[in-house]
Design a binder for this molecule. Structure first.
Ligand SMILES: [Zn+2]
Length: 408
């Protein structure tokens, strides 16, 4: 054993957190930045030291290949980019856990029946160019050329940022390697409070929730707040308030679904004027196509009924649609068995956030492993996962690889 192998996942994460580290204890490694490529170099060195072939592909994904056995590879990945002043665990933990899982398997002389690839996908977060999941989308062969003219806050286009880092948007189709992949596994922090609250160490993710986004406009009549009798008002904000509460009740009564109104504006916006117009967003999420369909009907029904009762005109516009993804049942079972072997306290749960697995998992069987997030905090310097939980997560990842890729 080398001294290197005495490293824990937590100590590697600690080293990585200094690359792009910020004064508030966070990490800033946005897409295509020098800091991100510095992190690639650090992780790439570790993977090379383990005997893997390392490259950065045409879409800026860090890829490492353990060419063992035959057939399509099992890909283990996540991302090393962060939001500005983000946490040190989001994404990075999945990549570092993959490195240590490979190290563990190598040390015990395990010879996988199929190749194992490790990936850090470019720009999962989408924070700089609003081009989230750029790398994994290119990896599965989606056409991402159209994103090239998106600009960051400084006015730099994505195409120019790629060029500055030594990449060409025109070459990005070369990153399509999905045909060489047989399955996908991703470890990630939960970014929610469920595991911690239940005293559990591992979340066996069953699905990634789908989402519908809406912009809703309610039109009533602006009028004098003192002289218009209550019974004659057409108050757009009062109607909006009823809808907000009804959607909340609807989500609460069904469980495992969420509804959120995160943005609202009211016109004309005077303290002594009855609101004539209310415009607000609705974000509803659920884990199955049936539940998403039910949400579509519910949003429509609630808005129409409340608008009619409040004598308002309603306009419902769907602005965003993302289908839920059911993870591969057999691979999910394997993750669950791996958790039993490792002796981890585990439960099944859906993921409320999107991940690279959502993109890759539409093409090949995929599964995800969650570890707890303290107080559910993420995208913040306060993001934290206990070192013990981090280590258990890595061991479940390694055991899943062992169970999936046993030599014949
Ligand atoms: Zn992430």
């Amino acid at each position: 054993m080398t001294t290197h192998s005495l490293d824990t996942v937590a100590s590697t994460l600690e080293r990585l957190a200094r690359i792009g580290g910020t004064a508030d204890g966070g990490v800033t490694r946005v897409a295509w930045s020098p800091e991100l490529f510095e992190a690639y170099a650090a992780v790439g060195d570790e993977l090379r030291a383990l005997g893997l072939e390392v490259e950065i592909d045409a879409a800026g994904n860090l890829l490492a290949r353990w060419q063992s056995g035959s057939g399509a590879a099992m890909l283990v990945g996540s991302h090393l980019d962060t939001v500005p002043s983000g946490g040190r665990f989001d994404g990075a933990l999945g990549v570092v856990a993959a490195v240590h899982a490979v190290r563990l398997l190598k040390e015990e002389g395990f010879e996988p029946s199929r190749p194992i690839w490790v990936a850090a996908f470019m720009d999962e977060e989408g924070t700089r160019f609003n081009a989230a999941l750029f790398g994994s989308r290119a990896f599965v062969g989606e056409d991402v050329h159209g994103l090239g003219d998106r600009v960051d806050a400084a006015g730099t286009t994505l195409a120019d940022a790629m060029a500055a880092a030594g990449f060409a948007l025109a070459d990005v189709a070369q990153a399509n390697r999905i045909a060489q992949i047989g399955s996908y596994l991703e470890l990630h922090i939960e970014q929610g409070p469920v595991l911690e609250a239940a005293g559990l160490q591992i979340g066996v993710v069953t699905s990634i929730v789908g989402l519908r986004g809406y912009r809703i406009r309610l039109r009533g009549e602006p009028n004098h707040a003192g002289t218009t009798p209550m019974s004659l008002r057409r108050d757009a904000l009062a109607g909006a308030a009823r809808i907000v509460l009804e959607l909340r009740e609807s989500a609460r009564s069904r469980g495992s679904t969420t509804a959120n109104v995160g943005k609202i504006s009211v016109e004309p916006g005077g303290a002594n004027v009855v609101p004539g117009l209310a415009e607000f967003t609705v974000d509803v999420r659920a884990a199955t196509p049936e539940a998403i369909g039910e949400w579509e009907r519910t949003v429509d029904e609630v808005v129409r009924r409340v608008a009619a009762e409040e004598r308002l005109d309603a306009d419902v516009e769907q602005t965003f649609a993302l289908e839920p993804l059911e993870l591969e049942p057999a691979l999910v079972d394997t993750v669950e068995r791996a958790a039993v072997v490792v002796g981890a306290r585990a439960t099944r749960l859906p993921s409320g956030a999107g991940h690279d697995a959502m993109v890759i998992g539409r093409h090949v069987p995929a599964a995800m492993i969650f570890v707890p997030s303290r107080r559910g905090v993420s995208h913040s310097p306060d993001e934290f996962t206990e070192p013990d939980d981090v280590e258990v997560g890595m061991r479940v990842l390694a055991e899943t690889l062992r169970l999936s890729l046993r030599p014949e």
